[in-house]
Design a protein around this ligand. Structure first.
Ligand code: AHR
Length: 511
């Protein structure tokens, strides 16, 4: 059976926030050091310490927003240790990520330089777990105040005369876990207190983002929205796409959950996997929709006008690390499976973009579902990079609604929708539709009718491989890369297309 898709274009519809295509960079493994930052004295070509090859690739893909410095690292980070001359910066232990010694050479100035070089908005996450209100208040003053104040003067002394533009600020990270093992009720009060002192010194009003729930912790969302929703602009959900959950969740009587990492859990391999683990990841990616809908339903009760954004500021696949690499560095390869699961998630974010107004895949380079991997001076773009590049047409475009009656992909006793899709109308009047076929063996025929738009011409690109484990390596960097897609036929009211197995397709329709 084929699939039927109905796309309705309505130019008065809301815009898909470009920040849905955001990224996340943490002081973890080789994300910052080696991945983004090599230092000005490196033999790897760089601009003020930031590697040129990575910057160029990120610019081509288009990064609207970048979250930093963590993650778990954020709640141990003391920003004052990361400003001033490199030689004078104190070292610290990166307790969460392998206990390695961090030299603080990449700090506030280097982060804002990175954002400027790649053209991204900065999104800074402050320390609630082990920091102080004063420390957070002073960081905001240091970054954004344009007058004669102790922190603004310190910034000038450190070489930056004018304040930076900072709009997005996170009040802690995963404060139910690595950010302090707090109860929702306690964090809600801390959120109210800390966020009070995150002042609006700059031209823009600060978008304040509360640490939100882990996956399906609806209690956290309920309490946060009830007790602190009025004071926040965003609530940050974290959801990782895993073969199996690797946390031990202890439910205690007052419904506050305790999450502990399970040291014996096997997260599955990034490259060596079979159809069982392919299916598990597709199923986990589709689960994003249920999480978004259920958290949104709670938010709707407290915030029917959708003023508070649901922000998915950590998402992506999480597997065992590559053999022989440091287990705390979370370095994993990236295959067609990552590409298709990213496409599912991005389609879900687009389709729920009335409430979901930012998402940040974890993480930008060398960690988890990275878009770029580096090794010394070598760089490789992953299949996930290509999905982000193909989907960038949706950034800031007007959402077009999709109704999908899809064929199924069955494995064992279970089934999943074979096709996932989303669509938007860009500023130049082109209708972009992104689709993926999650079936590893079966192609999918799609009949699409389009309302409110008379399409006369269609072009497309496809990311596809005959192997679910296909990936790019430093020696063979172009195994998975987009190609021209021609299997699309314009009809009277829309188009028909045949989508190959295990593929991601982007179509551009012109009137
Ligand atoms: O992205 C890796 C880690 O996952 C982050 O530091 C933390 O917030 C999450 O648990």
């Amino acid at each position: 059976m084929g699939s039927q898709l109905k796309v309705t274009v309505d130019s008065s519809n809301h815009v898909i926030d470009k920040n849905i295509y955001g990224h996340f960079a943490e002081h973890l493994g080789r994300c910052i050091y080696g991945g983004l930052w090599v230092g000005p004295d490196s033999t790897i070509p760089n601009t003020r310490g930031l590697r040129n090859d990575v910057i160029d690739a990120l610019k081509r893909m288009s990064v609207p927003i970048l979250r930093w410095p963590g993650g778990c690292f954020a709640d141990e980070y003391h920003w004052q240790d990361g400003v001033g001359s490199h030689e004078a910066r104190p070292k610290m232990i990166n307790n969460h990520w392998g206990g390695i010694v961090e030299n603080n050479h990449f700090g506030t100035h280097e982060f804002f330089d990175l954002c400027e070089q790649i053209g991204a908005q900065p999104y800074v996450c402050g320390n609630v777990g082990s920091g102080s209100i004063r420390e957070m208040q002073q960081w905001v003053e240091y970054i954004t105040f344009d007058g004669d104040s102790p922190m603004a003067n310190l910034r000038k002394q450190n070489g930056q005369q004018s304040p930076w533009n900072l709009k997005y600020f996170g009040i802690g990270n995963e404060n139910w876990g690595c950010g302090g093992r707090m109860r929702a009720e306690y964090y809600a009060d801390l959120y109210r207190q800390y966020s009070t002192y995150v002042r609006n010194y700059g031209a823009e009003r600060m978008v304040k983002i509360a640490a939100g729930p882990r996956a399906d912790d609806y209690h956290w969302t309920e309490v946060l929205m009830r007790e602190a929703g009025y004071f926040m602009d965003g609530l940050a959900l974290h959801y990782y796409t895993r073969v199996r959950d690797h946390s031990i969740v202890i439910e205690n009587p007052d419904r506050n959950r305790i999450y502990l990492p399970d040291p014996h859990a096997n997260r599955g391999q990034a490259v060596e996997f079979d159809e069982r683990d392919w299916f598990a990841i597709m199923k986990a990616a589709y689960r994003t929709e249920e999480l978004v809908e259920r958290h949104s339903a709670i938010m709707d009760r407290y915030d029917p006008d959708k003023r508070v954004a649901l922000i998915i500021d950590e998402w992506g696949t999480w597997f065992e690390v590559e053999p022989g690499t440091n287990p705390a560095f979370l370095y994993q390869q990236n295959t067609m499976r990552d590409a298709v699961s990213a496409a599912i998630s991005l389609n879900i974010f687009n389709n729920h973009s009335d409430r979901v107004r930012m998402a940040n895949i974890a993480q930008i380079v060398n960690v988890l579902q990275a878009v770029i991997l580096t090794e010394g001076d070598k760089l490789v773009l992953t299949p996930t990079y290509h999905v982000f590049e193909m989907y960038k047409v949706h950034q800031g475009a007007t959402m077009a609604s999709v109704e999908l009656n899809t064929s199924s992909y069955a494995f064992g006793e279970e089934t999943l929708p074979q096709i996932s899709a989303s669509a938007s109308l860009d500023a130049s009047g082109k209708l972009n539709i992104t689709l993926c076929n999650v079936h590893p063996h079966g192609s999918a025929t799609i009949d699409c009718s389009i309302g409110g738009y008379a399409a006369r011409r269609a072009t497309g690109r496809v990311l596809v491989s005959s192997s679910m484990n296909a990936h790019n390596t430093f020696d063979s960097p172009d195994i998975v890369k987009p190609e021209t897609f021609t299997d699309v036929r314009i009809g009277e009211n829309g188009f028909s297309a045949t989508i190959p197995p295990m593929s991601v397709v982007s179509l551009t329709l012109e009137a």
